[in-house]
Ligand binder design. Structure first.
Ligand code: ADP
Ligand code: MG
Length: 456
């Protein structure tokens, strides 16, 4: 792509002008890393991903409400993983809130199977808690659109406004809560670098729906919150919806005050995004279990079962049998032999926890068998590579990259019955091809947007 001389500087200026910013480790403001030109995707792949989003949403609602299923598969994990045990201990005995709002993001890599001619979307993971970047993804799309219009570049950019959809769904959930003086409670980490993505949601909710947001850490919830007749009161409001942008890792729940804050939320009538069941439904372990068609068919209609399955790569418990050219071995034995074909995942979210490739054998050998249930092995997805220009801390580098496409899914349900269910747009994160991890704020990946390929 040929751009005018000032294109890079203009893109950086656009980022600052429009709130595409984050804090760096020194707490100074810097633009969020982004890609100069959008990533091309075919109509066929796009339609497939979009059509699957409501199916995954519905599946997650069902799984989250199936306490027996979650308990059966996660109890062995909880025995060796204190964080999962903590989450179970937080699940309230009775559910006082029949409404559920699911905000998730289903992440895919596009890969070209050896024996096939066209790309396939393969699922990396579903995030049922703190699915981030709805604001920044909306902004980066607008940036590409505005700058391409000015540059007279004719690509067909794919409209993207997950921010609006998300805010409209939160507002609808709050209306269903049927109470005056309600707010959105946004639970945050104390020094989150990604605060502007969260503030973007807060101000959009205020502007479009007149709904205030109270931003608190879990400890502050315990300090300032009161449970009154089952409602969570944060003066002067009732927390109709609690949206978690924290509480997905053990450190967030470490202090007894933070634990108390999480407990107060879970036991209240606030609509939790997500509640503990939904958080557990998004665990790596449950995603591994659901790659088994017999398990998946309990939560997905038969007519779409194959479509959903086609997005999965193999995922295994460490001692599961896998078929190889040399006969059947355990997944763990196979990963010791060909580690480059696997990713080892613990039950953690938020980046930096997985073990990749050549580091797997050493890690596996150090594990006690009692710890095996806490991990899953997932086949490595060989994503299609492409060239892209990354803009990080105001410097641009052109390099070989891979792109991960996340589809935002939103679903409002009452007693498990779906009231509203939609695909709400996308996030694209593009990173250098040699990197394994994909976090934007961790400094691995850059925000990107999509254009429609005319010759798929
Ligand atoms: P987290 O909960 O930490 O976000 P993910 O499962 O999303 O964990 O993994 C983090 C990153 O690692 C992903 O964004 C992706 O770039 C890479 N990754 C994870 N699983 C695979 C896989 N099976 N194949 C290739 N890359 C993967
Ligand atoms: Mg992820």
């Amino acid at each position: 792509m040929v751009y005018s001389k000032n294109y890079l500087q203009e893109a950086i200026d656009y980022a600052y002008t429009n709130g595409m910013v984050k804090y760096n480790s020194g707490r100074a403001l810097i633009h969020a890393p982004f890609i100069l030109s959008p990533y091309g995707v075919s109509q066929g792949l796009l339609q497939k991903m979009i059509a699957l989003t409501p199916r995954f949403n519905q599946m997650l609602i069902k799984v989250a409400n199936d306490r027996e299923f979650l308990k059966h598969h996660l109890e062995p994990v909880a025995k060796t993983d204190p964080f999962i045990e903590t989450l179970f201990s937080l699940q309230s005995k009775e559910n006082t809130q029949p409404l559920q709002l699911l905000i998730n993001r289903n992440d895919y890599l596009l890969s070209l199977p050896q024996d096939k001619l066209s790309l396939e979307a393969k699922q990396v993971e579903i995030n049922t808690i703190s699915a981030s970047f709805p604001f920044l993804a909306t902004r980066v799309h607008q940036m590409h659109q505005d700058l391409y219009y000015k540059e007279k570049i004719g690509h067909q950019l794919l409209l993207n406004n997950p921010l609006k959809e998300l805010v409209d769904n939160i507002a609808e959930a709050i209306r269903h809560y049927h109470h005056p003086d309600t707010c959105l409670l946004m639970v945050v980490q104390p020094h989150d670098k990604n605060v502007f993505d969260q503030r973007g949601i807060e101000y959009a909710l205020l502007k479009s729906h007149g709904i205030p947001t109270i931003r608190l850490t879990l400890e502050e919830v315990a300090d300032y919150g009161k449970l009154k007749e089952g409602h969570l009161k944060i003066k002067p409001y009732l927390a109709a919806v609690t949206y978690f942008r924290a509480a997905y890792n053990p450190e967030d729940l470490e202090s007894s005050l933070a634990f108390k804050g999480r407990q107060m939320i879970e036991s209240s009538s606030s609509i939790k995004v997500p509640d503990i069941g939904m958080q557990l439904a998004g665990s790596k372990k449950i995603q591994q279990v659901l790659t088994n068609p017999d398990q998946l068919s309990r939560y997905v209609p038969a007519k779409v079962l194959q479509d959903v399955l086609s997005t999965f790569v193999g995922q295994y418990q460490l001692e599961d049998p896998v078929k190889t050219a040399d006969g059947e071995v355990t997944a763990m034995e196979h990963a010791l032999k060909v580690p480059e074909r696997y990713v080892l995942k613990p039950q953690r979210e938020g980046g930096g926890n997985n073990v990749y490739g050549q580091q797997i054998p050493e890690f596996l050998k150090a594990l006690a068998p009692s710890q095996y249930p806490a991990y899953i092995l997932m086949e490595y997805i060989p994503a299609m590579e492409h060239k892209a220009t990354l803009v990080v801390e105001e410097h641009s580098t052109e390099t070989q990259c891979v792109s991960e496409i996340g589809r935002y899914g939103l679903c409002l349900a009452e007693r498990g019955l779906v009231l509203r269910n939609e695909d709400a747009g996308y996030l694209v994160r593009t990173k250098a091809a040699h990197l394994h991890e994909g976090g934007v704020c961790a400094g691995y990946a850059c925000l990107n947007s999509l254009f429609l390929e005319t010759n798929p």
